[in-house]
Design a protein around this ligand. Structure first.
Ligand SMILES: [Zn+2]
Length: 325
């Protein structure tokens, strides 16, 4: 049950590889551990923050509002980004439009950083041992690529990262239980509760392909073949990276799709599972109520079409060294 060992750096490294084996800088990903062979050669580990060269400004989050904790010592373009506080506020404003206040309480810190330097568009890391508090990082340069939230990409990044927070926090995982003692799905940060979102999805739609998935992690071509064999299970290619990425992608589609799926594919059933959760439906309603304000003063607020985001057609690469970043 716990054989998928997902090793996070939820700090989403940009080592997604496209279907044609080129590499992209995207929102980054979780790094799957293929039987202990994970190459985490970007120097990022579980729960590690973005490197000092990419950190710009750190905020504390209280009652849904941000207040500055510190400015990092920066120069050049990062100094310009640091001084542009209006942009920090604009990004945070979008976060609050997407996440309801009770969910903002899970985020204790908000980091503005340089995504080009870090190689990612967003990340989350735990800020408390029990997984109740998280830091959300958003790359300011990526947030304004092509204009603020162009194509809804920033909104997607926020949703995807929140998908991780919602499925890996203290109500979902018991961080005090080791992998050895865990009898349910173990996503590295803790042992999932039996009725957690991720364990339910894993039991229903991953357990039977666990061995096949593990065997497919040795190369991009095998990863691609695995996805092609199971396209009906996944809302995006990226979702086939591992169960942790899968559920974050399912959540992103759950929120951005205007209607419930009507098909019978496993991908559709994963989305429908989320409609059974009052917590997730409340989140979705909050986001979409703000979407409906589009066209007024909130014309910046745009959600992407489900699955249209840039990294949807990429895979998380379990063997980073093959991607040459
Ligand atoms: Zn992710």
């Amino acid at each position: 049950m716990k054989n998928f060992r997902t090793l996070f750096c939820i700090m989403l490294l940009s080592v997604s590889c496209t279907l044609f084996f080129s590499c992209t800088n995207d929102e980054g990903l979780l790094i799957t551990n293929n039987g202990g062979t994970t190459n985490n050669n970007n120097g990022n580990n579980v729960g590690q923050q973005v490197g000092s060269q990419s950190s710009i400004t750190l905020y504390q989050v209280t009652n849904g509002n941000i207040s500055k904790i510190r400015d990092y010592r920066v120069t050049g373009e990062n100094l310009n980004y640091q001084r542009d506080i209006a942009k920090h506020d604009e990004i945070w404003d979008l976060v609050t439009k997407i996440a309801p206040l009770d969910q903002l309480e899970k985020v204790s810190e908000f980091m503005i950083y340089n995504g080009r330097v870090a190689g990612s568009s967003g990340f989350v890391i735990k800020k408390s041992a029990d997984l109740s508090k998280w830091q959300l990082g958003i790359a300011i340069d990526k947030a304004y690529e092509g204009g603020f939230n162009s194509g809804g990409e920033l909104a997607y990044t926020i949703l995807h990262e929140y998908g991780h927070i919602l499925t890996l926090n203290h109500t979902q995982l018991d961080a005090a239980i080791s992998e050895r003692s865990c009898t349910t799905y173990y996503p590295d940060l803790g042992c999932s509760y039996e009725h957690s979102y991720i364990n339910e999805m894993y039991d229903l739609y991953w357990k039977d392909i666990e061995n096949e998935h593990r065997a497919a992690q040795n190369s991009h071509s095998e990863q691609m073949a695995f996805y092609v064999r199971h396209t009906d299970r996944f809302v995006t290619n990226f979702a086939s990276t591992n169960p942790v990425e899968d559920i974050a992608e399912v959540f992103s589609v759950f929120v951005t799709a205007s209607n419930k799926p009507t098909g019978s594919s496993i991908a559709d059933r994963k989305i429908l599972l989320m409609y059974d959760s009052t917590e997730l439906v409340n989140f979705r309603n909050h986001t979409r109520q703000n979407v409906s304000l589009k066209g007024s003063s909130l014309s910046d607020f745009e959600l992407p079409a489900p699955g249209s985001w840039r990294r949807a057609n990429t895979f998380g690469n379990p063997v980073l060294s093959t991607c040459g970043h």
